[in-house]
Design a protein around this ligand. Sequence first.
Ligand code: ARG
Length: 455
Amino acid sequence: MWGGRFAEGPAAVMREINASIPFDKRMWRQDVAGSRAHVAMLGAQGIVAADDVAAIDAGLEEVAAGYAADGVPDDLAMEDIHMLTEARLSDAIGPAAGRLHTARSRNDQVATDFRLWVRDATDQVLAALAALDDALLARAEDHAGSVMPGFTHLQSAQPVTLGHHLMAYHEMVSRDISRFRDNRARGNLCPLGSAALAGTGFPIDRHATAAALGFDGPTRNSLDSVSDRDFALDYLMAAVQCSLHLSRLAEEFVLWASQPFGFVALSDQWSTGSSIMPQKRNPDAAELVRGHAGRISGCLVSLMVTMKGLPLAYSKDMQDDKPPVFECHDLLAISIAAMTGMIESATFRTDRMRGLAESGYATATDLADWLVREANVPFREAHHITGRAVARAEALGCTLDAVPLADLQAIDARITDAVYGVLSVDASVASRRSFGGTAPDNVRAAIRAAREART
Ligand code: ARG
């Protein structure tokens, strides 16, 4: 394609290091779509004659049909998907194929293809996140009133509802959805027609190609257009944050599925056995989601470091932009799908959760709050009195609501029988009605609001 000034072909290793076709062939659909939009515009502007445009367009369709039927070969001599498509077009229609690249460079071509690919990937992620969110909302609804221990420092802290806990992940997923949507809107501009770096002298219509490819308009600066990979970094950053959320949920599933916790039983479909220990049910998928988050972060770091310090405009380093984005997308897509499946099919052991919530003195704050409210004790003093009550319960080996009234009154005479009304875990969660609190009614309202916001 560029042999005119060369007497010799490239060394074998040169050819190998230069070739991107083993990975960028994944963009063949976007490459063909971009070329078809480009040639239609060249025809409409009178830059290429109508019969050549028709031949090129039909030829591109034929090339695409060949890719769809037989796949795209790793033809290193062709360097990248753009060169291979043009070579195939030339085989199909002859010299007219040479008119396709008028007023275009591979620099704006690859930037356009990659933007289209990332946009498609973003749409796939958004659909997958909606399904994950549906699963979270459904299970939160099942368990709006199921009491579990809430933790800080992984120590039993205050009782919460499982529905509230799951709705915390709904909030994270909602932010992920909004980040991917923002990215899609910001990145939906078309670099095609920026040519190599300076624009072109041909009377092209960049607005037409942008519209034909579903972009909101053309990018504004030709230098920026061919050297900008912010859209890919934005995708990776949103993916990293999403994967951090998935990883935290995965970690909770791993913990919860362990025997000491016993909060969740993963379904057979989402568990694996051991080759030596017959009793095992391992949460491998959750562990892999947790692991994949590390690799996804690596993808972001990879492209950040590639882009750092590159002068304008295009440099070949930028060819290394695609492998981390493709890898990230595959890891993220399977992670979202796996978490969705695990959530949908998990059995939550609510009896076990309740038992642990009741045994961890999780309603100690409720006792302190009662002293503040009913006996007008300053909170700091109430905290101290309650600490002594917990120590007494520990000494007696019982839960807080089983400590006899006489024992409580020996600690502080202002405590009355009425205190037992706030010491149960159900009373505790029901009382937490502040906006965003864990009360079952709040959780149900949050689920309703989330569903309304969606439609
Ligand atoms: N394969 C190249 C890439 O992915 C296409 C652009 C090549 N441009 C160039 N000036 N060599 O970045």
